[in-house]
Design a protein around this ligand. Structure first.
Ligand SMILES: [Zn+2]
Length: 197
């Protein structure tokens, strides 16, 4: 995890990392697993930016297009550094605790304004039905951080017919994260019919 953190600091997400209030070394210890996860609100506020805290710990939702259009945010920086919102190597890790949550090849274009994935890393995502029973919230199984919602059987041409609609602020791209060798590419599904680029 120390190596992972170095990659994150050195990558396009460095600006997001730089907003944490603790000294960088303290956050590095936290992300490397050598420090325990925060257990209360002040603890999380100390390691997350205000925007990250609002989404991850208070279940807020970033505006549609926020990740793609705002400098420093996940998809904006992906396009700038890799030329695409859909790099085919690497993983997306939890902003709160660093756990790998999504393989790069599971990201597809749903046209909905938020990062979308057809499946989570097995065991990494917990599904929690909303109180009104209308939607299913998804959270990081390790730290409980709010990711977004999962929608099923919408007809997207992916291997699972699921859409994990994830706040970009909840995840970070790790280009060195490993995927299973048989992880399918969904490049043919990146632009479903009727969905603009
Ligand atoms: Zn987490």
């Amino acid at each position: 995890m120390v190596a992972l953190f170095r990659i994150l600091v050195g990558s396009a997400t460095a600006s997001a990392v730089g907003r944490v209030r603790l000294p960088r070394g303290a956050h590095a210890a936290f992300m490397s697993g050598s420090a325990p996860l925060p257990t209360d609100e002040p603890g999380w506020r100390a390691v997350l930016s205000p925007d990250q805290f609002r989404v991850l710990r208070e279940k807020g939702t970033e505006p549609p297009g926020f990740s793609e259009n705002r400098p420093g945010q996940l998809e904006y920086e992906l396009k700038k550094t890799t030329g695409s919102k859909y790099p085919q190597e690497g993983v997306y890790a939890c902003t709160g605790c660093g756990t790998p949550l999504y393989y790069a090849r599971s990201k597809f274009n749903s046209g909905c304004g938020w990062p979308a994935f057809f499946a989570g890393v097995p065991g990494a995502i917990k599904e929690v039905p909303d109180a009104d029973g209308r939607r299913i919230e998804i959270v990081c199984n390790n730290c409980g951080g709010h990711l977004g919602h999962v929608f099923k059987n919408e007809g997207f041409p992916t291997p699972t017919n699921e859409r994990h609609c994830v706040n970009g602020i909840s995840i970070r791209y790790d280009p060195a994260g490993e995927q299973p060798e048989d992880m399918p590419s969904v490049l043919p599904a990146l632009r479903p019919r009727g969905v603009p680029e």
